[in-house]
Design a protein around this ligand. Structure first.
Ligand SMILES: Nc1ncnc2c1ncn2[C@@H]1O[C@H](COP(=O)(O)OP(=O)(O)OP(=O)(O)O)[C@@H](O)[C@H]1O
Ligand SMILES: [Mg+2]
Length: 351
């Protein structure tokens, strides 16, 4: 199995630099998830590791060996694509066996590998079928099987679950977690799904416009975001980011409310970050902000309230599912500052 090491990796498409100097080490056996907005370079970075895109600057090492100039087939990686990319005219068995046969592997060895992967993925009974006679989840398992039979050092998954419905996603997510546990392989997984990222990852890499904004465990990127971008990107609903003035041991909010801030603060403009579950409805006398409810989302065991303040700013509150609030009500909001984070004018967290 292999660690993956990127050093100063850059990629240009024509004049446009889409990967702007990425340094990253994925440990042997680690499951790392890439997240970031659409177009930030997740797929490109993955394809560069796979050898499907050239590296313009920097180098890529897998299991210690420089693979920057190596052909994809010789890197010890296998990639699983969002659209499965199965051969439609072949059975699942042949889809799994194809690459091994082409590499000249003996028939009995091919069969052993295919059967082993099929057991692992519980697709043995699907082996005689063609892709069109399978569900999305079954196709996706075959696509993963095609990666497994190659016994790669590194698995690369580019949004492999995004075509599946919600319940299948959850099932496949746990399959991938189990697979990672069983194979103890290094895995890099791209997803748009926050829950997928938080539940699968040993570490999350947050990408933005071709740069790494933060690398950390799910807990770290959630509780200790390095900057405003990560704070706003990780977590759903998003963190409330409130402009404030720091000074004299406290914060002044745009609507005049004063908040104590225990840490010796600098003076000047800052941004206060508060997760929606740190805001609650309180009696007016204890409120730090008040405004009009503009949206109530009932999600069962919780309700998300959107409140517009007089300043025009909007706050998001995670309230209990049975909260008695209607559109247009005036809401008085209390802040729990215990896990609040403060960002400086440059967007970086203040420690
Ligand atoms: N072959 C290409 N030629 C030119 N530009 C490209 C090419 N492939 C990707 N790009 C551009 O590079 C940037 C990064 O694309 P990439 O596909 O890596 O984003 P992504 O983070 O995977 O996005 P998504 O979440 O939508 O899949 C985008 O601006 C994209 O338009
Ligand atoms: Mg992509």
């Amino acid at each position: 199995m292999g660690a993956v090491q990127l050093t100063g990796v850059r990629k240009l498409f024509g004049q446009m630099e889409v990967i702007k100097g990425v340094d990253l080490t994925v440990a042997d056996g680690e499951l790392v998830v890439f997240v970031g907005p659409s177009g930030c370079g997740k797929s490109t970075l993955l394809r560069m590791i796979a050898g499907l895109e050239d590296v313009d600057y920097g180098d890529i090492r897998i299991a210690g060996a420089d693979v920057t100039e190596l052909a994809p087939a010789r890197r010890g990686v296998a990639m699983v694509f969002q659209n499965y990319a199965l051969y439609p005219h072949m059975t699942a068995y042949d889809n799994l066996a194809y690459g091994l046969r082409r590499a000249g592997m003996a028939r009995a060895d091919v069969d052993a590998r295919v059967q082993e992967a099929a057991v692992l993925l519980q697709i043995t009974e699907l082996l005689p079928r063609r892709p069109k006679a399978m569900s999305g989840g079954q196709r996706q398992r075959v696509a993963i099987g095609r990666a497994i039979v190659r016994k790669p050092e590194v698995f690369l998954f580019d949004e492999p679950l995004s075509n599946l419905d919600a319940s299948l996603r959850v099932e496949m997510r746990s399959q991938i977690a189990r697979l990672h546990h069983d194979l103890k392989a290094t895995m890099i997984f791209v997803t748009h799904d926050q829950v997928e990222a938080m539940t699968l990852a040993d570490r999350i890499v947050v990408l933005n416009a071709g740069r790494v904004e933060q690398v950390g465990t799910p807990r770290e990127v959630y509780h200790n975001p390095a900057n405003l971008f990560v704070a706003g990107f990780i977590g759903s609903p998003a963190m409330n980011l409130i402009p404030a003035m720091a000074g004299q041991g406290g914060l002044t909010l745009p609507w005049g409310t004063q908040l104590p801030w225990p840490k010796p603060a600098l003076a000047g403009p800052v941004t206060l970050g508060l997760r929606p579950d740190r805001l609650s409805l309180v009696p007016q006398a204890r409120a730090q902000a008040s405004g009009q409810v503009t949206l109530v989302e009932h999600l069962g065991d919780e309700s998300i309230l959107h409140v517009r303040l007089d300043t025009g700013a909007s706050l998001t509150i995670k309230a209990p599912g049975d909260v008695q609030v209607r559109l247009g009500d005036v809401a008085h909001i209390g802040f729990d500052l215990t896990s609040a984070v403060l960002f400086g004018p440059d967007g970086r967290v203040l420690t």
